[in-house]
Design a protein around this ligand. Structure first.
Ligand SMILES: [Zn+2]
Length: 54
């Protein structure tokens, strides 16, 4: 399930306010690289839920 493009446009990383890039059930921050989960099409933009790359 993908994220609404209009929603994706207004979302930003809660850590660094950069834009997000959609992946496979994830949103990846283009700034700091944190990976946020998307659950049932709803982005979970919580630092506690994000995974650090690597
Ligand atoms: Zn970020």
């Amino acid at each position: 399930m993908s994220v609404d493009p209009k929603l994706l446009e207004i979302l930003a990383c809660p850590g660094c306010r950069s834009s997000l890039r959609e992946g496979d059930a994830t949103l990846t921050c283009t700034g700091c690289g944190l990976v946020y989960p998307v659950r049932d099409g709803i982005p979970v933009l919580l630092l506690d839920e994000a995974e650090r790359p690597g």
